[in-house]
Design a protein around this ligand. Structure first.
Ligand SMILES: [Zn+2]
Length: 411
């Protein structure tokens, strides 16, 4: 079998055959070995217009184009493709459709798929280095791949939704993500976090499907709540445990820790213990891995009454999301609220009073017990994607990456 024919069989460039094949060792054309393969169209192939898919027997003109393919063994592979434009009766002169090369693409479809697969787990920069392609080229390949494979989200039969907001660039701009909690699927990502920025989602959902939504989980956000109520008449709003407890950590525990450290100004060792305990206080006790850290926490709480109070009341607050009976949850809330406002701890009293108007959305969790780990998980994953996407200014691409990270369990 002649060499070019075997290479043609290995390469499977449908409709084309290999002509001249050259190999250059490292240092000849670049730092790595290269293989150059010239590809000629087979005269007997069936030619199809790329725009309309119609068979076109006549060729309008030919051009030569260099295209990268997957590496052959150790060598970067460059194809010199003799590309044809056909005379399409419907479209005029148009590119011939090839199964292995998209129109105007600089890389073959299989190389593009490998690039996209690597971009799932690595930042663009690393994928670009691995394939020896430019940063912009890799980004364009990954973006086109995501656009092609993600398609439109399936919006049928949704009864539950969850939404969250996140910062896009160092807290300057915000975006909102909407999830189908039943199968952990991102349905939509849009810029902004005000009321109007959610509207495109509900317009896409349409009045008929909005009417079947029974509950929407979210952070305490009046604008989001108003927009949900305006669009989904049957939906109950459920405030998510993760967000409420995180807010409590920031506004109560952390505030009291700083106040206590300031109060202990005269007692340096005690002040240091309080000041350095941020991480211990904000974590759940069961998530503190080292036993000596748990002992440190217990000693700190034993020695500091204000910290002990806000620490215990955080666990009691969290307990509100354990109830399935609205009546029991309400009784627990009244106890908690009483403790909080009777305490002499100003940040705690302020937090409790601010939380009170949102009670309805905490009690509705009894009927719609959406698990908080969903929003927490998505929140964390978005942070990871943001780090990987370091350096881009393309929100649309960023949103596609978020959708791709949560394609859903069902398929
Ligand atoms: Zn055509």
């Amino acid at each position: 079998m002649p060499e070019a024919e075997s290479i043609g069989r290995l390469g499977v460039w449908e409709g084309y055959r290999a002509g001249l094949v050259q190999r250059f060792e490292a240092g000849d054309k670049g730092p790595r070995p290269q293989v150059w393969i010239e590809l000629h169209p087979r005269p007997d192939r069936i030619k199809v217009c790329d725009r309309c898919g119609q068979e076109c027997p006549h060729i309008h003109d030919r051009t030569e184009r260099w295209v990268r393919d997957l590496s052959v063994f150790d060598a970067d592979t460059h194809l010199l493709v003799h590309r044809c434009r056909v005379k399409c009766p419907a479209c005029g002169p148009s590119l011939e459709r090839l199964s292995w090369l998209a129109p105007y693409a600089r890389v073959t479809t299989r190389l593009a798929e490998s690039v996209a697969r690597l971009c799932k787990v690595l930042p663009i920069k690393h994928a670009a280095e691995f394939f020896d392609l430019g940063w912009d080229a890799v980004k364009a390949i990954d973006k086109a791949h995501l656009e092609r494979t993600l398609g439109e989200p399936d919006l049928e039969g949704l009864t539950l939704l969850a939404m969250d907001e996140f910062a896009i660039h160092k807290g300057h701009r915000y975006a909102t993500v909407i999830i189908d909690p039943a199968c952990k699927r991102v349905l939509w990502v849009g810029r902004g976090r005000d009321r109007g920025s959610l509207r495109p989602f509900f317009e896409m959902l349409g009045a008929h499907r909005c009417a079947t939504v029974l509950a929407v989980a979210m952070d305490m956000n009046s604008a989001h709540e108003l927009e949900v109520r305006a669009n989904c008449p049957r939906a109950e709003v459920v405030f998510d445990l993760f967000h409420v407890v995180a807010k409590y950590g920031r506004e109560v525990i952390d505030r009291v820790r700083v106040d206590e450290a300031n109060r202990l100004r005269g007692d340096k060792p005690a002040r240091h213990v309080v000041k350095s305990a941020r991480w211990l206080l904000l974590r759940n006790r069961e998530n503190i891995p080292r036993p000596e850290d748990r002992v440190r926490l217990d000693e700190l709480l034993k020695a500091n009454r204000a910290l002990l109070t806000v620490y215990v009341l955080r666990d009691e607050l969290r307990h509100l999301w354990d109830f399935r009976s609205r009546g029991h949850a309400l009784r627990h809330w009244k106890q908690w609220y009483g403790h909080a406002v009777r305490s002499r701890i100003e940040p705690l009293r302020r937090f409790a009073k601010r939380l009170k108007p949102y009670l309805h959305g905490i009690l509705s969790h009894c009927a719609f017990p959406l698990h908080t780990s969903l929003l927490e998980g998505i929140n964390n994953k978005i942070k990871v994607i943001k780090r990987m996407a370091y350096g881009f200014r393309d929100d649309h691409y960023f949103f596609l990456k978020i959708r791709a990270a949560f394609p859903g369990n069902a398929g």
